[in-house]
Ligand binder design. Structure first.
Ligand code: ADP
Ligand code: MG
Length: 324
């Protein structure tokens, strides 16, 4: 397929966002924003680095790359609105497979009334998909990692470790004796960013948020670094889906602490607002769990503490714990 035909095939015939002045078809897109802050992010996905055709269909690749970026919008408290796709296409990807990638993106985009407003198409040796996303948030209401304060309640949405367990199942060898599990596999392939929940927190004056893309150990560290505080949580309080229980307790712990790509949110709020967080969770049909608290004691650059088996250990973001 030539580039012109390809662009024509992925172009939306109408746009959902009324702020779009010019979508695909000129040298650049135009949108008009009067009263809100615009939030934007970009992420790049390379075949065999960030995804593999052995564990995902092209549809899942598209779905997941856009869902990942939408999750960044959720973590900012923003409503995703538009996206742009820069794609490097190798010869061994068929037209049909490319269309499936775009169908996956379209499927997740339509859940959020998002529009594809532009991109770039080039030939190359490996499939690379780069997603630029834009969203809007009420003026001054973007949610920052640095917004944590001491004595805040630390919480997470959903259940943790599912996506890592799903990937483990997809790549398991015969002798690993794992049972296949559609729920866990779908959590890896078709993640659900927590946009509606984050939007429902809109009335709160202050909430620190981060999305769990590399595992809670890493994200908790990012929050602690940005706020210059320490965070404490309890291993046994981490929300766990029943389907995770086919694995050994060590595997479960690894998936929950260090397994990435659940795209749940971790955040903190003042204690007085905890009931509002629970209301937002109920309203948006989201699970939310209090897992710990924020403290102002900072020593030895130890930032994240995990309480397990009666002990308090330092949790290193790279993937291990040690006594203090
Ligand atoms: P230019 O030569 O000005 O860069 P292009 O031919 O690359 O223009 O793009 C034409 C139009 O198609 C632009 O609106 C561009 O944003 C859009 N576009 C190109 N490639 C893609 C793509 N892979 N996905 C979405 N939109 C695309
Ligand atoms: Mg171009």
């Amino acid at each position: 397929m030539d580039e012109f035909k390809f662009i024509d095939s992925i172009k939306q015939s109408t746009y959902k966002q009324s702020s779009i002045v010019k979508g695909i078809g000129d040298d650049a897109a135009v949108f008009r924003q009067n009263y809100q802050d615009v939030v934007t992010a970009v992420d790049t996905f390379v075949e065999n680095v960030h995804f593999s055709r052995e564990t995902m269909d092209p549809y899942h690749v598209g779905y997941r790359v856009l869902a990942t970026n939408i999750s960044d919008m959720a973590a900012m408290g923003a409503t995703p609105t538009y996206y742009m796709i820069s794609i490097v296409i190798p010869e061994d990807w068929s037209d049909k497979e490319l269309q499936e990638i775009y169908q996956g993106m379209k499927a997740v985009a339509s859940n959020y009334r998002m529009d594809l407003i532009g991109g770039d198409t080039v030939a190359g040796s490996e499939l690379v998909v780069s997603v630029t996303i834009m969203g809007i948030v009420e003026k001054g209401k973007a949610r920052y990692r640095s917004d944590m304060k001491e004595n805040d309640i630390l919480f997470v949405t959903g259940t943790l470790g599912d996506a890592a367990a799903g990937l483990y199942i997809l790549t398991a060898k015969e002798l690993d004796k794992v049972k296949t599990d559609k729920y866990l596999i779908d959590r890896h392939r078709l993640p659900t960013p927590r946009v509606t929940f984050a939007e429902a927190l809109g009335e709160l004056d202050r909430v620190a948020l981060n999305d769990i893309s590399d595992g809670i150990a890493s994200e908790a560290n990012e929050l602690a670094v940005a706020s210059n505080l320490t965070v404490h949580f309890d291993l046994l309080k981490l929300p766990k889906h029943n389907d995770l229980k086919q694995f050994t307790s060590e595997q479960q712990r690894n998936f929950q602490l260090f397994g990435g790509e659940d795209f749940e949110l971790i955040g903190s709020v003042p204690e007085k607002d905890w009931n509002k967080v629970q209301d937002a969770a109920k309203k948006t049909n989201t699970e939310v769990t209090q897992i710990g608290f924020v403290s102002d004691e900072v020593s030895n650059n130890d930032l994240v503490f995990i309480h397990e088996g009666g002990e308090k250990k330092v949790l290193i973001k790279g993937g291990y714990t040690h006594g203090r």
